[in-house]
Design a protein. Sequence first.
Length: 437
Amino acid sequence: MNALCLLAWALAVPDWDLRIVEMVVCDKAGVKQTYALGEGPVYLCVKVAAQGSGDAVFELDVEFAGRKHRYTDRRPPRGTESYILTLGLAAHGAMPFRAEVDPDQKLDKKRSNNVAEGVLDPTTPVESEWFAPREYDIVDHWEGELVSGTPEKFVVATPIFGSMSHQTVESWTKDAVSAIEYVAPDRSPALTLRLATVAAPVSIEQKAHVVARNYRVNPAALNVPWAAYDALPYDVRPWLTQTGSEEDLEALDKFYKATFPVSPREGSSPLAATVKAYMATLTALEYQADGHGAPMPTLRDGVARCEGYAELYAGLVRKMGIPARIVNGFVADEGQGPKAPKDSHSWVEVWFPSVGWVPQDPSFADTAAEGATYPCFFYVLPGLNERVAVSYGVNYRVDDGAEGYGLIGPSHWMAYKGAPPKFKASRTLTIETTPPR
């Protein structure tokens, strides 16, 4: 490009001075605000000052808690203007934020005060706290009919909407013919129906009113010594047991040794070690709705659905001698309350002696805060009160021959001789948000 062309190009580019004069955490009206752990969504107010002439547009890049967004086609203000922005995240720990005006230098070549940075450090409870209850009415109806064949034995099991860490049951009813059993190895209760023969349509129905709550914990309350895990309560010891196939356990062991070349009990705390395991899970995997659920294929291909994240993280934690369990249930769709069965989901609870079971969700963290370099959704799980849980664990056994993966909905099994019988089944599950009673 000759000198004349360069001069013409320079004259054509507007001469602007763009500056970020203030950036604060605020409410949606732009008023400066302090957030508590679990509150949100968090808003940022970025005040931009501009001097220049001519028509122009610029971009504003915002990075918040590892999540990036570019706001385009912003017209420079005459003087100063405040831009109120949100990336839809709740406060879940020390969350760094950064803004840059005109990042591609289309208007401002001087690059003076174009960048602002800060950290949102939310207030925390003294120890741990359950808060913000939401109530749900649930009706779960399963029915089936034999199409052909004659089974010698028939078993159907469906998980119970019961009391769990974040969830309490205010009322529960079941039909008269089914029984409550505890299915091995996860010891979750199941509603079962056992028949010697199937001569007529069969059904199981349960109704429940549950209350789900949010949870947050002060990180300092989790900072206990390894000695606190040397004498575990009887009811949490089963959650040290690894489950899965031999190849899954071998893959998990290899990944554990790569994550912890030196035993985490040497020079690390239980809290630091679980954070490292959490981040290793996020780093190793990419979320796909049709991804893998078991450790071996998950680690082989680097892609997983929610069960894959949960199994890998829980497996790492258990190998350190810290109890962890997988929770199966249903998650709200954009704050509207869970609708089943399409919103099924799995997450993790880790046991800390100081506070008990702490809900965590590595797959939610990896999709909602992509690229985060710290354990988002580790100390608080936003929207936990919009989750209805149904069972713990990923493997179940209802009978000697009836076992499977993830008891999140009804599962049936038939013993027979000769040709396999054909059985047609359907399920109707409704979960409705209700006003507090």
